[in-house]
Design a protein around this ligand. Structure first.
Ligand code: PEP
Ligand code: MG
Length: 945
């Protein structure tokens, strides 16, 4: 027979703390406390399995549940020496929900059950307090009427207000016994009218009604939404706890309160909470009366206070965690009503974990498991002033792409962002979407808000990399960049109007909110010394413990030395991805990049033809040689200018790239630096087609003769833009396909890498360059690019390599690359999974367009999570697994990492740990999260081994 009902009381319980699945958090806590000898009012828990059975059979329970419940009730009555609803000295019970994970306030609770017309007199007689008895009864009718019978609360409130008026009572407390009799009579009329039945007097009927109502509340819309928001599965069900009532409102020797064993906001080791004398639980939280600090209880009821301190300290030690508890003191006797691990801020989590370890309560490993990796984020980003945030209405919500608080004035273009910033203004860049070209605007903005794009859209990736608060894919924004207006929530805002965004929640607020800077960031950036920041010290101590445990290496995705420095400060030991294209957008480089692009096709053709002809010339004799020379002259005439433009532009870029790479090598102090050759389609570096057309038309309309040269140049640019236009650029001429068709670009980049490595190593700083070829789907692609890189290495480093140890490897980000990884591994010295593209191509989801339906997919249960955030283990993850297995089948020790956005996501990190990657690489600001998540992955694997 299935056990559905679990008793606790008299020093013994059927359950324990490890039965949260069956008893819920509250039920298992009550059982555990009972077993530990803590004074807990006795009762019983009806299991989550009963809840699930209730739903499975369309709202009916197996007969065993009723039988077991009746038996448990009889046991409870015997233990208490009182009967539920008895006329002389009744037992009253509370009926509360309690699921595995706490869902505060989402489900229903009924107190004072067992009250009826007869038992109310019994309570009055027994307590000698008629007002108390009547008030308890009227509260019960109200609660039962609302929760079980579904009667609108307002109907009861209406009667209560009428009674208060009639009896000239200012508050509920001013209503005397007689007035309360009147309220009870009024309430009973409400119940009869609304439910077409008199208020149930039979205590068992009341109990069954309350129990079923709690089960029903598992599926109320509020609870469903809460579960969605917190990733709690819908099939867990709730338990129901039926427990003997104790009263904190039986005069001045009674009280009730809530508390924490440590401060949940800061983590300080202080007894924290509130209480009220002569009150019931709900009075403490409802705000009707102002509760007192819990420490004041020491003066009012010293014995009970001391007992509470002793018990809660014991519970903290028992659970090895901060306890969030509820208690009631009934006529000087203390009862614990609940204990659970307390929720806390990121700051508190770190303080508490480190303190508890130093107090000997936790081992280092246990401490590491107490902190949610994601919570570390809260310590890194500016935060809104909590008071100001509370009262501010939310106008719209997008995807929380990069956490932190940003407030400033609205600007609609990157250039405007820079212009406003130069005037000392704080700006928030609001765009339909961002493109690499916006980087300068993004870098000066406090935050970035876009109407389209997903969690791996440009704005999101760059926002995270820069640690810039970003909200993306906020569909409710109606942006008119031309008119410089933003319509949202029925309001029209213009450039210069204030706006605030919360990158941790995705919320948009239409006013300026004060923020404060993160102390940890200040230390990492060298603006504050570590000794002056106790929280930084704790943060680093915990992460130091993580480093002792984790197997995965942690690297960062960083493109410029500034980011690399921050990454190193956060503990990254290596760069897993330098996207070289981001360097191309600097004001001093872009003109050369554009020149290179404009000349690339013809320039490269000229170079190739010349090379081939010159080779033939070497062998040629007599008339044949003269013929070839003629052809060479023709090629020179046709392509000479393009070749010159192309090679000059590349020559200009080479030293600039070299300087960038030197900076990266220096900031990494000898850790590996993976530099990827050019990846994005070339048109990304050119102006937009439509913009150019408008410009040309405007210039022509002005018809000034001076504009002729400009018009011609713009028209040439437009032709190039049109030539480069692609229908699907993400699957087009990008990645290694660029380097294959324009080998000079790869050559220039490889030369710059080796020149930088040589220059830095000559200064005595060790260097470990790793050249990475993107988007390889066929081994031949890698083979050819590798040949170019090797040639550049020989040219720059000489035949002996000049002491520079380098590797040449590839990204695995095309499904074909993953499934032919054994072929590819023959040519590669390392793999790095580009899980952004692998998700895009594996799933067939455009990473820039998917936000339009991915949110719908998640809301409607098609997908649990955004696959661009957490790796889709079963599908895309399988491609990773295959890639690892195949790669290592050829090279046993092949170094393998990941540099897609998933490298900074704790759940994905666990997956990468399990499939045996060597390292994860993520944006600099996620490095601490990755360090902790990697340690937890190792500890959890050990625990399950
Ligand atoms: C990837 O595809 O995962 C990757 C890291 O490259 P990018 O995001 O630059 O395409
Ligand atoms: Mg990619």
């Amino acid at each position: 027979m299935t056990q559905y009902v679990f008793f606790f009381g008299g020093g013994k319980a059927d359950g324990n703390k490890d039965m949260k699945d069956t008893l819920g958090g509250k039920g298992s806590g009550l059982a555990e406390m009972t077993n530990a000898g803590v004074p807990v009012p006795p009762g019983f828990t009806i299991s989550t399995q009963a809840c699930n059975a209730y739903y499975a059979s369309g709202g009916k329970l197996p007969g065993e549940v009723d039988q077991q419940m009746d038996a448990a009730l009889a046991k409870l009555e015997a233990l208490q020496g009182r009967k539920l609803g008895d006329a002389s000295d009744p037992l009253l019970v509370s009926v509360r929900s309690g699921s595995k994970f706490s869902m505060p306030g989402m489900m229903d609770t009924i107190l004072n059950l067992g009250m009826n017309d007869r038992s109310v007199e019994g309570v009055k007689r027994k307590t000698g307090n008629g007002r108390f008895a009547k008030d308890s009864y009227r509260r019960f009718i109200q609660m039962y009427g609302n929760v079980v019978l579904g009667i609108d609360k307002e109907k009861f409130e209406h009667e209560l207000t009428a009674a208060k008026k009639k009896y000239r009572a200012k508050t509920d407390v001013d209503l005397g016994e007689q007035a309360l009799d009147d309220v009870i009579a009024r309430y009973k009329i409400v119940v009869e009218k609304e439910s077409h039945h008199p208020f149930p007097q039979d205590p068992r009927e009341q109990l069954v009604g309350a129990r079923d109502a709690v089960f029903k509340s598992w599926m109320n819309p509020r609870a469903i939404t809460y579960r969605k928001l917190n990733d709690i599965p819908h099939d867990l069900g709730t338990a129901v706890n039926v427990q003997a009532m104790v009263f904190g409102n039986m005069g001045d020797s009674s009280a009730t309160g809530v508390g924490f064993t440590r401060n949940p906001s800061t983590g300080a080791r202080e007894f924290y909470g509130e209480f009220l004398q002569n009150a019931q639980g709900e009075d403490v939280v409802s705000g009707v009366r102002t509760p007192h600090p819990i420490t004041d209880l020491a003066g009012v009821m010293p014995k009970a206070y001391q007992q509470l301190r002793d018990i809660t300290t014991r519970l903290e030690r028992h659970y090895k965690d901060v306890q969030d508890f509820e208690f009631t003191i009934q006529e000087n006797t203390l009862y614990m009503l609940q204990t659970r691990n307390g929720k806390r801020t990121g700051l508190a989590a770190i303080n508490i974990a480190v303190d508890m370890c130093e107090e000997g309560l936790l081992t280092k490993k246990e401490a590491l498991l107490k902190v949610e990796p994601q919570a570390l984020d809260q310590l890194l980003h500016p935060i809104f002033d909590p008071k100001a945030r509370k009262g501010a209405p939310v106008a719209a919500k997008g995807l929380p792409a990069s956490p932190g608080a940003a407030t400033g004035t609205i600007v609609f273009t990157a250039d405007e962002a820079v212009a406003w910033a130069q005037k000392g203004k704080r700006v928030v860049l609001v765009r339909m979407e961002t493109v690499p070209d916006d980087i300068h605007g993004m870098s000066v903005a406090q935050g970035v808000l876009t109407a389209t794009g997903g969690m791996t859209s440009h704005a999101a990736v760059v926002g995270r990399q820069m640690g810039k608060p970003s909200v993306v894919g906020c569909g409710a924004l109606d942006i008119n960049a031309k008119a410089r207006t933003l319509k949202v929530d029925g309001k029209t805002l213009k450039e210069g109007d204030p706006i605030s965004i919360d990158g941790s929640t995705g919320e948009v607020i239409l006013k300026a909110l004060p923020t404060s800077a993160s102390e940890v960031i200040q230390v990492v950036e060298g603006r504050l010394s570590a000794e002056k920041s106790p929280i930084y010290q704790k943060f680093e101590k915990l992460l130091g413990w993580a480093d002792e445990v984790r197997r995965l290496g942690i690297r960062a995705n960083a493109d410029v030395p500034k980011d690399a420095k921050v990454a190193f400060g956060f503990g990254a030991r290596g760069i897993g991805l330098c996207r070289t294209e981001h360097m191309f957008f600097g004001a001093d480089r872009l003109p050369h990049v554009v020149k290179m692009i404009l000349a690339a096709a013809r320039g490269q053709r000229g170079l190739d033809l010349t090379r081939r002809l010159k080779e033939r010339l070497k062998e040629a004799k007599g008339g044949q040689a003269a013929e070839i020379k003629k052809e060479l002259a023709k090629v020179e005439k046709e392509y000479g200018k393009h070749v010159k433009d192309y090679t000059t532009a590349l020559k200009k870029l080479e030293p600039m790239q070299k300087a960038d790479f030197m900076g990266l090598f220096k900031e990494m102090h000898g850790s590996p630096v993976t530099i990827r050759t050019l990846d994005p389609p070339l048109h990304e570096f050119l102006p937009k087609r439509e913009e150019l057309m408008v410009e040309i038309a405007t210039l022509k309309a002005q018809r000034g003769s001076k504009g002729k040269g400009t018009i011609a140049a713009k028209e040439k640019l437009l032709r190039a833009v049109e030539e480069l236009h692609e229908f699907n650029p993400m699957l087009g001429h990008r990645g290694c396909r660029l380097g294959i068709t324009y080998p000079e670009i790869t050559k220039m980049q490889a030369r710059a890498i080796f020149e930088a490595a040589l220059a830095v190593s000559k200064k005595g700083i060790p260097v470990k360059p790793e050249v990475m070829i993107p988007l390889v789907g066929h081994v031949e692609e890698l083979k050819r690019q590798k040949a170019i890189v090797l040639e550049a290495a020989r040219e720059v480093l000489g035949p002996d390599g000049s002491g520079v140890d380098y590797l040449i490897g590839t990204m695995i980000e095309v499904p074909r690359g993953a499934v032919t990884a054994d072929e590819i591994a023959k040519e590669a010295q390392f793999f790095s999974f580009g899980t952004n593209d692998l998700t895009q191509m594996g799933f067939g989801l455009s990473r820039d367009d998917a936000s339009k339906f991915l949110l719908y997919y998640q809301e409607h249960g098609l997908l649990d999570r955004d696959p661009f955030v957490t790796i889709d283990a079963a599908g895309v993850g399988l491609l990773v697994k295959i890639g690892v297995q195949k790669g290592r089948s050829v090279k046993k020790d092949l170094k393998i990492g990941v540099c897609g956005e998933h490298g900074g996501d704790p759940a994905s990190i666990r997956f990468f740990h399990e499939v045996g990657l060597d390292y994860v690489s993520c944006s600099p600001y996620r490095v601490p999260i990755a360090r902790l998540a990697a340690a937890q992955a190792q500890l959890e694997q050990k625990a399950s081994d």
